[in-house]
Design a protein around this ligand. Sequence first.
Ligand SMILES: [Zn+2]
Length: 300
Amino acid sequence: MQNLKRTNSLPWPSISGAQAGVPPHSAKLGASLDVAEVLCDASLYGDGPPLWDNCTSSATAEKQRQSLCKRLRRFRYLRDGAAEVEASLAHCQPPNGNCRSAACILCGRAFQRFVVRQGNSLFASAGKENLYLLTVVPEAAQAQIGALGSHDLSAVTSGFASAMKSVDDVRFLAGWDISLNDERQRGNGKFWQPHLHAVVETSHQKALKGALSKQFASERIHRPVQFQPNFDGSNRGFSYPFKVGHFEKKVFYRSSIDNTWKVKPNRFSASEEVELYLWLSAVGLSNRLICSDDIYGGAA
Ligand SMILES: [Zn+2]
């Protein structure tokens, strides 16, 4: 298998992917959390706790919102929904007039901060030896460039929730992240790869890994299920799955120095960025989050 060099120091395993071309799913997404109620809290839009390394300030988020609005305006006649999402973001006035769009940098950041707070509280009593960071890269979640708009993750979400619930004594808080993987040098094309990150508390990690590995078996993805033990409960760990402004575009290349496969970051094109945020808007904030039944009523 190829060796993929980590390109950052984030507390999550690197991801790898393979070919695109999986058709969208049609079932309904769902996680029972009242986002409107959650985002009533003005402090979520501020700069107080929770904090972590490189967390986005409210001022930076505002700049990012304006930049994204400009980009969406450029595409208002080119992409269905761009005008509507731009209008929603442009008129967002937190907290009482917030737009609650998952594409909104302000509301997405507030939601991320809410999850970090909750994560701290929900897993405060867990022993470090039972806390894991989990990354799942489902082949079935891949989407071709340009086809993300109609991409529905509900079937993959359900499969993930079922596998997590098939093992006793598992609590988890998971979020959908997404990257754009450019694997053309490896012959795998260029595609969107939605993937899941979770904080997991369990004393049955091996059984859980077995259930997930069975559910997400893939011949084309190197290690689709990865656990990291001894999660320290850091804010950064809880925040990572719910990023709003730092999505990654990864280019896989073969190093001329040691002939191994490595990954380097690249910038999104305007078109790619618009496609990503329109998709986020369609998914919605609550549907980015999946959790065990004892948290917010659990996954659908
Ligand atoms: Zn908003």
